[in-house]
Ligand binder design. Structure first.
Ligand SMILES: [Zn+2]
Length: 287
């Protein structure tokens, strides 16, 4: 029991403070980049894994203050820079961090301006003296998306495959709903080996099982809503967005439209929807 109010309040997750390293486990520290927004929540999480040899996961934006904080925390022990995927809130800091540390850059592929030293595919490992990070190819949010499993702590670095605080945007053609759901189902198989999920945005997820189920249920609900609207007659992505997301702020409409289009493409591939032109502006009907 404590009577100190400062300690007494310290029961929930610690607030996400930009630029300050926060220890999440014996091997893992997190520094949140100062790029909060609708798509990034409190900002992009940069993780430092290891003590003597460090792998940095997702350097985030090319923000000198953030990269100085990461380099200051890891120093010359930073040996590897890993990227979960090549979206702009995750990788542009790679070049600056590489300059500061000389670390090797690893990602699924060189794309969108990211330069890499080595490509990581499904099952590839980054082996340090204290830990092993195993790459899982998890297309869906982005076709080149990787998650990383820290075997020693059963912690999954999920990038934007799973976030805390919101669902993930799936925007075709690089985003793929069927692939995304397949990769969520696959993580369920990992369940016994998962203790926590360290997402690209938001707090550490301490109940991975519940979170994965919540994600799957949410997508199943959206899919059945979209199938029900198709059953009413020919419709468009915009009409579906207006019906399903009536109070959405304007900036997020393109994201919702992407996800609806992604669901429609999945339904089409399953023979449940058809469209003459596979485009966001096209007309769709039940097959
Ligand atoms: Zn992101």
């Amino acid at each position: 029991m404590t009577t100190d109010p400062a300690e007494a309040e310290d029961t929930g997750p610690k607030p996400l403070v930009h630029g300050v390293a926060s220890a999440l486990s014996p091997l893992v520290r997190r520094i949140v980049a100062n790029n909060p927004g609708h798509m990034t929540g409190p900002g992009t999480n940069t993780y430092l894994v290891g003590i003597d040899e460090i792998a940095v996961i997702d350097p985030g934006p090319a923000d000198d203050a953030h990269l100085d904080a990461v380099a200051g925390c890891g120093g010359d022990r930073i040996r590897w820079i890993l990227c979960t995927h090549t979206h702009i809130d995750h990788f542009p800091g790679v070049a600056g961090l590489r300059e500061r540390t000389g670390a090797e850059v690893l990602a699924f592929d060189a794309r969108d301006g990211l330069e890499i030293d080595r490509s990581l595919k499904e099952g590839d490992k980054v082996e340090a003296t204290e830990f092993v990070l195993r790459a899982l190819h998890t297309p869906g949010h982005a076709s080149n998306h990787l998650c990383f499993l820290l075997e020693q702590e059963r912690m999954l670095f999920s990038g934007d495959h799973i976030m805390e605080g919101s669902t993930v945007v799936i925007r075709p053609p690089d985003g793929d709903m069927a692939a995304y759901l397949g990769q969520l189902e696959r993580l369920k198989v990992l369940r016994p080996r998962l203790r926590s999920i360290a997402p690209g945005h938001g707090h550490l997820i301490e109940e991975p099982v519940a979170k994965i189920d919540e994600y799957l249920e949410h997508r199943a609900m959206r899919e059945s809503q979209i199938a029900a609207l198709l059953a009413e007659g020919e419709t468009t992505v915009d009409e579906i967005v207006a019906r399903l997301y009536p109070d959405l702020i304007e900036e997020l409409v393109p994201m919702a439209a992407g996800s609806v289009w992604a669901h429609l493409r999945k339904l089409r591939d399953e023979g449940r929807a058809t469209s003459a032109d596979d485009a966001p502006a096209g007309r769709w009907s039940a097959a």
